[in-house]
Design a protein around this ligand. Structure first.
Ligand SMILES: Cc1cc2nc3c(=O)[nH]c(=O)nc-3n(C[C@H](O)[C@H](O)[C@H](O)COP(=O)(O)OP(=O)(O)OC[C@H]3O[C@@H](n4cnc5c(N)ncnc54)[C@H](O)[C@@H]3O)c2cc1C
Length: 265
């Protein structure tokens, strides 16, 4: 079974975003990491490969920083990595990103299952996975909390989707696109051997020409969305009051009086 995992790099979740007067977004010198939600997709791919055989290829469309995501996935245990990049990919929205990823998966040719994380922690549209599925004319199974059955020979998959109202069991033919939810598994730590393998590995870069993609449909020219203005939310204003009292009970009684006076309770 050939499993493809799509992943992107993001600033560390601890990083603070800032926007300058010209609207340029910056995460300062924050470390670049694999999108944390993608670790669940990578882990699920490794578990399936170990049970059913085959290989896991990890794919990222992005500039050199994207190597951080690919290296982490290789250090976790993935077999192959492909970075797709071309200057013409700059300024991609999800429309353009999904086009390039779909062309890459077509070029790979024999993918049985394509895995995504639930969203990326920076732009967080959660659109890329479903958009790739539409472009490849494959079933799109999102918010998956368990892959309960997969038959690589019979080309079928059964998953549980985590919805607000409960869980939904869905079966579908393969190949399919699956978006993993947090909690589907417990992602492994990278091992010393894995990190060594990742640091020594060659990372091929596929260009738009390599994947047979039209540069007009990639990057800014292939994007429907522009960010004409980006701004930070206004700082929250508020007051804090420390309740002085001899005992906890007294403090609680004062707090209740204040909350009732403000009609909070
Ligand atoms: C500096 C900067 C400028 C940007 N400018 C624009 C802009 O002008 N207009 C605009 O609309 N958007 C812009 N974006 C956002 C960009 O379009 C999105 O990051 C991208 O389309 C993916 O969407 P997402 O981040 O919401 O991922 P999601 O859809 O939330 O991610 C879902 C899954 O798809 C995977 N995935 C996402 N992108 C990739 C990728 N490249 N390769 C492999 N897997 C991937 C994720 O890792 C995750 O597993 C900008 C982003 C940055 C960092």
């Amino acid at each position: 079974m050939h499993i493809v995992v799509c992943t992107k790099h993001t600033p560390d979740s601890e990083a603070k975003m800032s926007v300058d007067d010209a609207g340029n977004v910056s995460w300062g010198s924050s470390p670049i990491i694999i999108n944390p939600w993608d670790e669940y997709a990578v882990e699920e791919a490794l578990l399936l490969r170990d049970e059913h055989g085959g290989k896991v290829t990890v794919v990222s469309m992005g500039p050199e920083d994207a190597l951080e995501a690919l290296k982490h996935a290789i250090a976790m245990g993935c077999d192959e990595a492909i970075r797709v990049w071309d200057e013409a990919c700059t300024g991609s929205d999800t429309l353009a990103t999904s086009y390039v990823l779909a062309k890459t998966i077509e070029k790979i040719g024999d993918a049985d299952l394509i895995l995504f994380g639930k969203s990326a922690i920076d732009a967080e549209t959660a659109q890329t996975g479903p958009a790739v599925a539409v472009r490849l004319d494959m079933p799109s199974l999102m918010y998956v909390i368990a892959i309960t059955d997969i038959d690589p020979d019979g080309k079928t998959i059964v998953v549980e989707r985590l919805l607000e109202e409960g869980r939904q069991v869905v079966s579908s033919p393969l190949p399919a696109v699956v978006g993993t939810s947090k909690g589907i598994n417990e992602p492994r730590y990278t091992s010393f051997m894995g990190i060594r393998k990742a640091s020594k590995m060659e990372y091929p870069v596929w260009t738009l020409e390599d994947i047979g993609a039209d540069p007009e449909k990639a990057g800014a020219s292939g994007s429907g969305v522009r960010w004409p203005e980006v701004m930070m939310p206004p700082a929250r204003e508020g007051e804090a009051e420390i309740i002085e009292a001899e005992t906890m009970e007294e403090a609680a009684a004062i707090l209740v009086d204040k909350l009732m006076a403000e009609k909070v309770i």
